[in-house]
Design a protein around this ligand. Structure first.
Ligand code: SF4
Length: 229
C-alpha cells in the first residue's frame, strides 16, 4: 500500500452527520481547494482556504470513532484532486468504514482507480451545466472530464446519484429539460437530485436572488427520478 503523506490537504472534519450519507452514521472529511470556481459554491472558505489537517490526522480521528460511525463522506472542495486520496481511502476501507465520495467529476482517472480497486461504496456526482455554459458556471473548462466520469459511473455497478444546484438565473425550464435529455442520451438510470439554491448565504460568485421557478420533479421519467431537496 502507498504510504500516506503528512501534507495538510484537509480543511476540517464534521464529526457526525445523519444527512450526507443515506442510512449511515457518518463523518464528513472536507478537502481544501478545488479546480472549479462555481458561482453558487456555498463553501468559499474551503475552496479558497488552506488545509489544516493531514490524512494521518483523519485516520487518528477515525480510530477514536470506530464504534460510533459506520461511514465516511469525502467532500470539499474537490477531494479527487489530492494526491493523498487513494491511500487514504484504502486505509479508511481497511478500518471497516463505508466510503461515499462527493465529486465534481473532473478527475476521471482517479475515479477509475478508486472504482477498479473497489474502494468506494457510494458517489454523488455534480452535473453543473451543459457544455455551452459549463465554463461560465464553474469557471473551468472541465465538461469533458465530467462527461467521462459520468460514463464511467454509468458503466460501473456502484450506487451513485447525479445532482444539480438550481438557480433561476442559470437554469430555466427549457434548460433543465435539455439537462434531462443529456442524461437520457447517456442512458443514465437512477435518482437525480435537484438542490434549490439557498439565497442569503455567502457564495463564491455574484448572483441575484433565486426565484423558485418550477417544480423539477415533474420531469421525472420511468428511468430517472427527479427529487427536489
Ligand atoms: S461547488 Fe464548485 S467550486 Fe464549490 S466545491 Fe463544488 S466544484 Fe468546487
Amino acid at each position: 500500500m502507498k504510504k500516506i503523506r503528512k501534507t495538510n490537504s484537509i480543511f476540517s472534519i464534521t464529526p457526525f452527520t445523519l444527512l450526507d450519507y443515506p442510512d449511515k452514521l457518518a463523518c464528513i472529511v472536507w478537502f481544501a481547494g478545488c479546480n472549479m470556481r462555481c458561482i453558487y459554491c456555498y463553501n468559499p472558505d474551503i475552496v479558497l482556504g488552506k488545509g489544516r489537517l493531514s490524512a494521518p490526522d483523519v485516520i487518528t480521528f477515525l480510530h477514536s470513532r470506530r464504534l460510533l460511525l459506520d461511514g465516511v463522506v469525502l467532500s470539499g472542495g474537490e477531494c479527487t484532486m489530492h494526491k493523498d486520496i487513494i491511500p487514504l481511502v484504502a486505509e479508511i476501507k481497511r478500518m471497516g468504514f463505508s466510503v461515499k465520495l462527493d465529486t465534481n467529476g473532473s478527475m476521471p482517472g482517479v475515479l477509475k482507480k478508486l472504482l477498479d480497486a473497489q474502494l468506494i461504496d457510494a458517489i454523488a456526482l455534480d452535473f453543473k451545466a451543459l457544455p455551452g455554459n459549463y465554463e461560465m458556471v464553474t469557471g473551468a473548462d472541465l465538461f469533458r472530464p465530467f462527461a467521462e466520469s459520468l460514463s464511467l459511473l454509468i458503466q460501473s455497478d456502484i450506487p451513485f446519484e447525479v445532482r444539480t444546484t438550481l438557480h433561476s438565473d442559470l437554469i430555466s425550464v427549457d434548460y433543465f429539460q435539455q439537462m434531462m435529455s443529456y442524461l437520457q442520451s447517456k442512458h443514465y438510470k437512477g435518482d437525480y437530485f435537484i438542490q434549490q439554491f439557498r439565497n442569503n448565504v455567502p457564495v463564491l460568485g455574484q448572483l441575484n436572488y433565486s426565484l423558485p421557478e418550477f417544480d423539477a420533479s415533474r420531469f421525472s421519467t420511468s428511468e430517472i427520478r427527479v427529487l427536489v431537496r
